[in-house]
Design a protein. Structure first.
Length: 135
């Protein structure tokens, strides 16, 4: 039987209270913190804090579904960890996310559309730009 030292164990949910989202993202990336023992309501509050804020509506040449349009950074990785939390074990989580021009969208974390909107921060930007008649 192998024993894991305290240093090797992921931190508990209470140990990560009071951290900034970027600090939490760095610890999750290193595997020292996990969301698995968090309450779904707490993960949803975190999702609301780190939801992407879309930039201006623009044409994105060559865009395809699943392509991260925005810069990939630790907050994007944290959003992916949140998305995966709800995509596994039948967890359900939805919240209202602000999007372009004050549009509010109810996002159901764990499905394909929420991956594009919440994790990557965009969904069909070229069709959206065309519909709004942007060059």
């Amino acid at each position: 039987m192998t024993h894991t030292s305290i240093r090797e164990r992921p931190r508990s949910a209470t140990a990560s209270r009071g951290m900034s989202p970027r600090q939490l993202a760095a610890l999750i990336a290193r595997g020292t913190v996990t969301l698995e023992d968090w309450d779904p309501a707490r993960v949803l509050r975190l999702a609301n804090r780190v939801a992407p804020r879309p930039g201006p509506v623009t044409w994105v040449p060559g865009w395809h579904f699943g392509q991260a349009v925005r810069k990939v950074d630790e907050l994007r990785n944290l959003r992916e960890a949140i998305w995966r939390y709800f995509a596994t074990d039948g967890r359900e989580g939805a919240f209202v996310m602000k999007w372009y021009e004050g549009i509010r969208i109810r996002v159901y974390l764990g499905n394909d559309l929420s991956w594009a909107l919440f994790v990557d921060g965009d969904f069909e930007p070229n069709q959206f730009a065309s519909a709004l008649d942007f060059p």
